[in-house]
Design a binder for this molecule. Structure first.
Ligand code: HEM
Length: 165
Protein backbone atom coordinates (compact mmCIF):
# COMPACT_ATOMS: atom_id res chain seq x y z
CA UNK A 1 0.00 0.00 0.00
CA UNK A 2 1.39 3.40 -1.09
CA UNK A 3 2.60 5.64 1.78
CA UNK A 4 -0.23 8.22 2.37
CA UNK A 5 2.34 10.99 2.94
CA UNK A 6 3.86 10.20 -0.45
CA UNK A 7 0.44 10.39 -2.14
CA UNK A 8 -0.31 13.63 -0.27
CA UNK A 9 2.92 15.15 -1.59
CA UNK A 10 1.96 14.11 -5.14
CA UNK A 11 -1.46 15.78 -4.79
CA UNK A 12 0.11 18.94 -3.34
CA UNK A 13 2.60 18.98 -6.24
CA UNK A 14 -0.26 18.64 -8.77
CA UNK A 15 -2.29 21.37 -7.05
CA UNK A 16 0.67 23.82 -6.97
CA UNK A 17 1.65 23.10 -10.59
CA UNK A 18 1.64 26.09 -12.97
CA UNK A 19 -1.14 24.43 -15.00
CA UNK A 20 -3.40 24.07 -11.90
CA UNK A 21 -2.65 27.67 -10.83
CA UNK A 22 -3.37 28.91 -14.40
CA UNK A 23 -6.77 27.15 -14.44
CA UNK A 24 -7.61 28.34 -10.91
CA UNK A 25 -6.79 31.98 -11.74
CA UNK A 26 -8.76 32.01 -15.00
CA UNK A 27 -12.41 33.12 -14.86
CA UNK A 28 -13.52 31.00 -17.79
CA UNK A 29 -11.06 28.03 -18.04
CA UNK A 30 -12.46 25.88 -15.18
CA UNK A 31 -16.10 26.19 -16.39
CA UNK A 32 -14.88 25.55 -19.98
CA UNK A 33 -13.12 22.34 -18.88
CA UNK A 34 -16.19 21.30 -16.89
CA UNK A 35 -18.41 21.89 -19.95
CA UNK A 36 -16.12 19.57 -21.99
CA UNK A 37 -16.31 17.03 -19.14
CA UNK A 38 -20.12 17.18 -19.07
CA UNK A 39 -20.45 17.00 -22.89
CA UNK A 40 -18.01 14.07 -22.94
CA UNK A 41 -19.75 11.97 -20.32
CA UNK A 42 -23.17 12.80 -21.79
CA UNK A 43 -21.99 11.08 -25.00
CA UNK A 44 -20.25 8.25 -23.08
CA UNK A 45 -23.09 7.40 -20.70
CA UNK A 46 -25.77 8.12 -23.33
CA UNK A 47 -24.22 5.71 -25.84
CA UNK A 48 -23.45 3.07 -23.20
CA UNK A 49 -26.98 3.10 -21.74
CA UNK A 50 -28.63 2.95 -25.20
CA UNK A 51 -26.50 -0.15 -25.93
CA UNK A 52 -27.40 -1.64 -22.53
CA UNK A 53 -31.12 -1.17 -23.27
CA UNK A 54 -30.59 -3.16 -26.51
CA UNK A 55 -28.97 -5.94 -24.45
CA UNK A 56 -31.98 -5.86 -22.12
CA UNK A 57 -34.24 -6.62 -25.07
CA UNK A 58 -35.41 -3.24 -26.41
CA UNK A 59 -35.33 -2.66 -30.20
CA UNK A 60 -34.52 -6.30 -30.96
CA UNK A 61 -34.72 -5.57 -34.70
CA UNK A 62 -31.46 -3.58 -34.33
CA UNK A 63 -28.52 -5.99 -34.84
CA UNK A 64 -26.31 -5.99 -31.72
CA UNK A 65 -23.16 -5.93 -33.86
CA UNK A 66 -24.38 -2.73 -35.62
CA UNK A 67 -25.14 -1.16 -32.24
CA UNK A 68 -21.55 -1.89 -31.18
CA UNK A 69 -20.26 -0.39 -34.46
CA UNK A 70 -22.08 2.86 -33.73
CA UNK A 71 -22.79 3.30 -29.99
CA UNK A 72 -19.72 1.67 -28.45
CA UNK A 73 -17.52 3.40 -31.06
CA UNK A 74 -18.74 6.85 -29.88
CA UNK A 75 -18.63 5.84 -26.22
CA UNK A 76 -14.91 5.05 -26.67
CA UNK A 77 -14.28 8.29 -28.64
CA UNK A 78 -15.91 10.31 -25.82
CA UNK A 79 -13.15 9.19 -23.45
CA UNK A 80 -10.80 11.54 -25.36
CA UNK A 81 -12.82 14.40 -23.81
CA UNK A 82 -13.89 12.87 -20.48
CA UNK A 83 -10.55 11.67 -19.06
CA UNK A 84 -8.25 14.66 -19.81
CA UNK A 85 -10.95 17.13 -18.68
CA UNK A 86 -11.54 15.08 -15.52
CA UNK A 87 -7.82 15.06 -14.75
CA UNK A 88 -7.64 18.84 -15.26
CA UNK A 89 -10.62 19.33 -12.91
CA UNK A 90 -8.85 17.05 -10.41
CA UNK A 91 -5.44 18.80 -10.35
CA UNK A 92 -7.08 22.14 -9.51
CA UNK A 93 -8.19 20.79 -6.09
CA UNK A 94 -6.18 17.53 -5.90
CA UNK A 95 -5.62 17.43 -2.11
CA UNK A 96 -9.28 17.99 -1.12
CA UNK A 97 -10.71 15.84 -3.98
CA UNK A 98 -8.40 12.92 -3.14
CA UNK A 99 -10.07 12.64 0.29
CA UNK A 100 -13.57 13.37 -1.07
CA UNK A 101 -15.61 10.17 -0.56
CA UNK A 102 -17.94 10.93 -3.51
CA UNK A 103 -14.90 11.28 -5.78
CA UNK A 104 -13.32 8.08 -4.43
CA UNK A 105 -16.54 6.07 -4.92
CA UNK A 106 -16.89 7.60 -8.41
CA UNK A 107 -13.44 6.29 -9.45
CA UNK A 108 -14.28 2.82 -8.02
CA UNK A 109 -17.55 2.77 -10.02
CA UNK A 110 -15.73 3.88 -13.20
CA UNK A 111 -13.30 0.96 -12.72
CA UNK A 112 -16.23 -1.42 -12.11
CA UNK A 113 -18.00 -0.17 -15.26
CA UNK A 114 -14.79 -0.67 -17.23
CA UNK A 115 -14.28 -4.21 -15.89
CA UNK A 116 -17.91 -5.10 -16.60
CA UNK A 117 -17.55 -3.87 -20.20
CA UNK A 118 -14.22 -5.68 -20.67
CA UNK A 119 -15.66 -9.02 -19.48
CA UNK A 120 -18.68 -8.54 -21.77
CA UNK A 121 -16.60 -7.74 -24.86
CA UNK A 122 -13.95 -10.41 -24.11
CA UNK A 123 -16.25 -13.34 -23.23
CA UNK A 124 -20.04 -12.81 -23.48
CA UNK A 125 -19.91 -11.28 -26.97
CA UNK A 126 -18.27 -14.43 -28.46
CA UNK A 127 -21.73 -16.00 -29.00
CA UNK A 128 -23.30 -12.82 -30.49
CA UNK A 129 -24.12 -14.45 -33.86
CA UNK A 130 -26.70 -16.57 -31.99
CA UNK A 131 -28.53 -13.50 -30.58
CA UNK A 132 -27.54 -10.66 -32.97
CA UNK A 133 -31.17 -9.90 -33.92
CA UNK A 134 -34.67 -10.82 -32.66
CA UNK A 135 -33.42 -13.46 -30.16
CA UNK A 136 -33.14 -12.47 -26.46
CA UNK A 137 -29.56 -11.86 -25.31
CA UNK A 138 -28.15 -14.53 -22.94
CA UNK A 139 -28.44 -13.90 -19.15
CA UNK A 140 -24.74 -12.89 -18.95
CA UNK A 141 -25.31 -10.13 -21.53
CA UNK A 142 -28.49 -8.89 -19.85
CA UNK A 143 -26.74 -8.84 -16.44
CA UNK A 144 -23.84 -6.92 -18.01
CA UNK A 145 -26.30 -4.41 -19.45
CA UNK A 146 -28.11 -3.93 -16.14
CA UNK A 147 -24.85 -3.59 -14.17
CA UNK A 148 -23.56 -1.07 -16.71
CA UNK A 149 -26.65 1.11 -16.32
CA UNK A 150 -26.36 0.95 -12.48
CA UNK A 151 -22.59 1.69 -12.52
CA UNK A 152 -22.87 4.70 -14.87
CA UNK A 153 -25.85 6.07 -12.92
CA UNK A 154 -23.71 5.73 -9.79
CA UNK A 155 -20.78 7.54 -11.48
CA UNK A 156 -23.02 10.45 -12.46
CA UNK A 157 -24.57 10.61 -8.98
CA UNK A 158 -21.16 10.64 -7.29
CA UNK A 159 -19.81 13.14 -9.83
CA UNK A 160 -22.58 15.55 -8.95
CA UNK A 161 -22.25 14.94 -5.22
CA UNK A 162 -18.51 15.80 -5.26
CA UNK A 163 -19.38 19.47 -4.77
CA UNK A 164 -21.65 18.68 -1.80
CA UNK A 165 -19.48 16.26 0.21
C1 HEM B 1 -15.47 8.19 -17.05
C2 HEM B 1 -16.60 8.71 -16.82
C3 HEM B 1 -16.92 9.95 -16.00
C4 HEM B 1 -18.19 10.41 -15.78
C5 HEM B 1 -19.48 9.78 -16.28
C6 HEM B 1 -18.06 11.61 -14.95
C7 HEM B 1 -19.17 12.34 -14.49
C8 HEM B 1 -19.07 13.50 -13.75
C9 HEM B 1 -20.22 14.28 -13.29
C10 HEM B 1 -21.69 13.93 -13.51
C11 HEM B 1 -19.72 15.38 -12.65
C12 HEM B 1 -20.53 16.55 -12.03
C13 HEM B 1 -20.57 17.64 -13.03
C14 HEM B 1 -21.39 18.79 -12.49
O1 HEM B 1 -22.50 18.57 -12.06
O2 HEM B 1 -20.93 19.91 -12.55
C15 HEM B 1 -18.28 15.25 -12.66
C16 HEM B 1 -17.46 16.14 -12.03
C17 HEM B 1 -16.13 15.88 -11.85
N1 HEM B 1 -15.39 14.88 -12.43
FE1 HEM B 1 -16.05 13.40 -13.60
N2 HEM B 1 -16.75 11.87 -14.67
C18 HEM B 1 -16.01 10.86 -15.30
C19 HEM B 1 -14.65 10.72 -15.25
C20 HEM B 1 -13.83 11.49 -14.47
C21 HEM B 1 -12.42 11.26 -14.28
C22 HEM B 1 -11.64 10.09 -14.93
C23 HEM B 1 -11.97 12.23 -13.42
C24 HEM B 1 -10.57 12.47 -12.89
C25 HEM B 1 -9.71 11.58 -12.56
C26 HEM B 1 -13.11 13.08 -13.09
C27 HEM B 1 -13.03 14.19 -12.27
C28 HEM B 1 -14.10 15.00 -11.96
C29 HEM B 1 -14.01 16.14 -11.05
C30 HEM B 1 -12.76 16.62 -10.32
C31 HEM B 1 -15.29 16.69 -10.97
C32 HEM B 1 -15.75 17.82 -10.02
C33 HEM B 1 -16.04 19.04 -10.69
C34 HEM B 1 -16.71 19.99 -9.69
O3 HEM B 1 -17.57 19.61 -8.91
O4 HEM B 1 -16.35 21.15 -9.77
N3 HEM B 1 -14.22 12.60 -13.74
N4 HEM B 1 -17.91 14.12 -13.35
Amino acid sequence: MQDPAFLESIFQWLESSSLAIFIRQSHWLYPAVEIIHIAGFALLVGAAVLFDLRLLGFSRKLPVKDCIGHLIFWARISLIAVIPSGLLLFIVEATSLASNSAFQIKLILIAAAGLNAAIFHRFTLRSVDEWNTQAPAPPAARIAGLLSILFWFGVITCGRLIAYV
